[in-house]
Design a protein around this ligand. Sequence first.
Ligand code: THU
Length: 132
Amino acid sequence: MTDDTLITAATDARKNAYAPYSGFKVGAALLDEDGRIHTGQNVENAAYPNGICAETAAIAMMVQRGGTKIIKIAVSGGDGRQLCTPCGGCRQRIREFATDATPVLICDANGLQANLTLGALLPHSFGPENLG
Ligand code: THU
């Protein structure tokens, strides 16, 4: 599985985003421990706080299918002017199934923009290990 495959999956998922209020479509694709790719897209709501992010939707899909680890995740959003990094809540949701070293590929419609890690995005994080 190449990075390009994961980036293409995120870019494709983005096309199905439901974002009539912000107009900001986001797609996410993650690779699990069995080599499977799970995708998601943001789903907004007329009651604004009830919308969900692309990363959250992809994680829910992974869990539904029995995946337990995020090996790598790609997020595709924006127009290249700003990096579409995961929001704070999604960083924590990714953290639940990932490590500091987990790659987070930040993309836009033209492809990869930045190759980060979860540890860089969410340093000194609190995770399942903290609960023993
Ligand atoms: N959004 C995501 O889906 N993922 C991110 O990482 C950042 C923001 C969505 C939420 C909302 O539907 C829209 O982008 C604008 O904030």
